[in-house]
Design a protein around this ligand. Structure first.
Ligand code: KG4
Ligand code: ZN
Length: 331
């Protein structure tokens, strides 16, 4: 990143092929893949940006939250760069990175803002004050939204990650065909819950025998023509599932914007790629502008971590060799 504003290069190593055969991320394999990729990825990023170590003002790395083994690989390598080249080290919260992915592309994002972070690991609402201070307003009690997509997809025989596949199929079904009841929350009524929805889909698969079509999908390759392998009633189920998730994700934004006098809404994380969510946010008549990152910056990437690090660089908020990975680092 140059000056926290322009991305000089963005290299992302995907591990999806490794995890697909297990139907989800296997932590052990994730750290092994990180170890395998980190040196070539950093080298390529430096090459594409046309910079050497001496050009760097700092090296930023995710401190957490995340899988401890993967965090450890990144932190150890960043510390090595810091130590060997005498470059300041900055630890960044992964979720702050997701928020900065939006601010990076939309400098017009006005604070205070309401931020919805939706990914495979997180579903959280934050109040982002001026000065980028964060207050957690609500979170999921169980599954994250992306996790719900992936688990429902797995149940129906689609490969990991099923989110993008279900998103495309949802266009071809009737979103009102299957009625799902809303989860009622004890405690914080703004919290999310997606495990009940996943169970409701499971009950639907038991009531409508779909074992044959599911088996056909499981036998198909990762790049199969999913539409031709999905009968109408299943398309209707998928559209109804997606409709329910989107309704949940968007339903709290209006009141929260008003309650916190927010000037903008930020929606970010892997699930922010969802075309249905983007379209629904556009027609939801939210009282302030809604900003999404482009798909390349919605899913995990290093540019957003560097962008989030820039204000820390200006404040000279540096870490040292004692920095430790934190699996559940609060924002
Ligand atoms: O942010 P991300 O790359 O990694 C995490 O930190 O989790 O998000 C990945 C998640 C996966 O669960 C994936 O299924 C979901 O984002 N995802 C989507 C879509 N694209 C990615 N979910 C729904 N619709 C999509 N288009
Ligand atoms: Zn993420």
């Amino acid at each position: 990143m140059d000056s926290g504003r322009s991305v000089l290069s963005s290299i992302v190593a995907s591990q999806i092929d490794t995890h697909r055969k297990y139907g989800g991320v296997v932590p052990e394999l994730a750290s092994r893949e990180h170890l395998r990729s980190i040196v070539p990825v950093v080298d390529e990023a430096m090459l594409m940006a046309g910079v050497g170590w001496n050009d760097l003002a700092a090296v930023a790395v995710t401190q957490g939250p995340g899988l401890i083994g993967s965090l450890l690989v990144g932190i150890t390598y960043a510390k090595a760069i810091h130590f060997a080249h005498g470059i300041p080290l900055i630890g960044v919260n992964h979720l702050e990175g997701h928020i900065h992915a939006v601010v990076l592309e939309h400098p017009e994002t006005e604070l205070p803002a309401i931020a919805l972070i939706v990914s495979g690991g997180h579903t959280q609402l934050y109040h982002v004050r001026g000065n980028f201070e964060y207050e957690l307003i609500a979170k999921t009690r169980d599954d994250a939204a992306g996790e719900a997509y992936d688990k429902v997809g797995k149940l129906l025989g689609y490969p990991y990650p099923a989110g993008p596949i279900l998103d495309k199929l949802a266009l071809h079904g009737d979103p009102r065909a299957v009625k799902f009841t809303r989860a009622h929350m004890k405690g914080n009524p703004l919290d999310f819950s997606f495990s009940g929805l996943k169970t409701a889909v499971l009950r639907w698969t038991e009531a409508n025998d779909i074992s044959e079509e599911t088996a056909a999908r499981r036998a198909a390759g990762a790049d199969a023509d999913w539409l031709s392998l999905t009968p109408k009633r299943t398309l209707d189920l998928i559209a109804s599932f997606q409709h329910t998730v989107i309704r949940e994700l968007l339903s709290r934004l209006h009141v929260l914007t008003e309650a916190h006098d927010a000037k903008s809404i930020i929606i970010t994380g892997g699930v922010a790629c969802n075309a249905g969510l983007r379209a629904a946010a556009g027609t939801a008549r939210l009282p302030v502008p809604v900003f999404f990152p482009t798909p390349g910056l919605s899913t995990d990437n290093a540019a957003m971590i560097a962008a989030a690090a820039f204000s820390k660089l200006r404040r000279r908020e540096f870490a040292d060799l004692s920095m430790k990975p934190k699996a559940s680092l609060a924002l």
